[in-house]
Design a protein around this ligand. Structure first.
Ligand SMILES: *Cc1c(COP(=O)(O)O)cnc(C)c1O
Length: 318
């Protein structure tokens, strides 16, 4: 089990790992290690939460309410951020209460987050303003942070992921759930660069609409320097195939980097496929953004110990 005492190290996000040999050596492929910000959590969520938390503090609220699934990186990250910022946090969790907390929820609870479970059908209303108002009234009128920290302040935080040392590449790659991180990256990149986005939800492209919506809410001109890949969900959100596990295992053996299976494993699998198919011109330079999310493994390991996917244990013990 991971600890809520591990500090955050935002400077570690500047670390770059060379992956070129793994991808065949013909292209330059570097990885930006947001996963090193926190030993098991990573990642992009701390950038997304930065301005959201700042505003909550400035407005003098004693805490906040947020939403997430039972294995959500956002729930773990916002619980830890609340603890570090001295705020109270309440997590509205999709699905029923379980007798035994999974590792994500038990971490959140250790950070001081109060967990409230709602049915999957109620959870569907999480984007409705009226529903959020009611939730807020129910919990001391505290402000509501949307699922995944994706609002325009979250996007603003994500637009600070790249710094001046990072603009020397032709392509940038990132996995996407709600699209807040992809939007932040796209608006921070010059128009001539290209952001390759790997949508992990099994659906038609839902990210383009999100990027356009965030840009209009932020009064920014819409951006076109990105491309959405919908073909690498590998069975759907949170689904792990043995092929994916094999891929992550060999990636770890060759690079020393264990990526999370829900987001970054699928992005890298997709990138590997695009490189193999000749998508990138010769001598292209690619920066892979590792968004973290390593805590997700603990939930899979817990399920694996119930014989869900027994080869995950061997993957991690190797
Ligand atoms: C939340 C998350 C993402 C997706 O970010 P969005 O802004 O929701 O698209 C990607 N990777 C990891 C590890 C995450 O936790």
């Amino acid at each position: 089990m991971f600890s809520s005492d591990e500090p955050l190290n935002l400077d570690a996000a500047g670390t770059i790992t060379d992956l070129s040999p793994f991808f065949g050596g013909k292209l330059t492929v570097h990885m930006k290690r947001l996963d090193l910000i926190h030993p098991v959590l990573g990642g992009n969520k701390f950038f997304k939460l930065k301005y959201i938390i700042k505003k909550i503090k400035e407005e003098g609220h004693p805490g906040f309410i947020t939403f997430g699934g039972a294995y959500s990186n956002h729930i773990a990250a916002s619980a830890l951020t609340a603890k570090l910022a001295g705020l109270k946090s309440t997590g509205i969790i999709r699905g029923e209460n379980h007798d035994q907390l999974n590792p994500t929820l038990s971490f959140a609870e250790k950070c001081g987050m109060k967990l409230v479970y709602i049915s999957r059908s109620d959870y569907k209303q999480r984007y409705s303003e009226k529903y959020q108002d009611n939730i807020s009234k129910e919990f001391d009128n505290l402000p509501v942070i949307p699922e995944g920290g994706s609002n325009i302040l979250g996007v603003k935080g994500a637009s600070e992921i790249l710094n001046n040392n990072d603009f020397n590449y032709d392509y940038y790659t990132v996995p996407a759930g709600s699209g807040g991180t992809a939007t932040g990256l796209a608006i921070s990149l010059p128009v001539k660069k290209k952001l390759i986005v790997y949508q992990v939800l099994k659906a038609k492209d839902i990210i383009t609409e999100k990027i356009e919506l965030f840009c209009s809410e932020m009064n920014l001109q819409s951006v076109e320097n990105y491309e959405i890949n919908t073909g690498y969900h590998l069975g759907g959100f949170g689904k792990l195939s043995s092929e994916l596990i094999e891929f992550i295992r060999s990636f770890e053996q060759q690079t020393g980097v264990l990526v999370d299976p829900v987001y970054n494993g699928k992005m890298l699998y997709g990138l590997f496929d695009l490189i193999k198919s000749g998508y990138f011109p010769e001598s292209s330079k690619i920066l892979v953004i590792n968004t973290g999310g390593g805590q997700g493994w603990y939930g899979f390991i817990q399920k694996a110990s119930k014989n869900y996917l027994s080869n995950i244990n061997s993957l991690l013990l190797n």
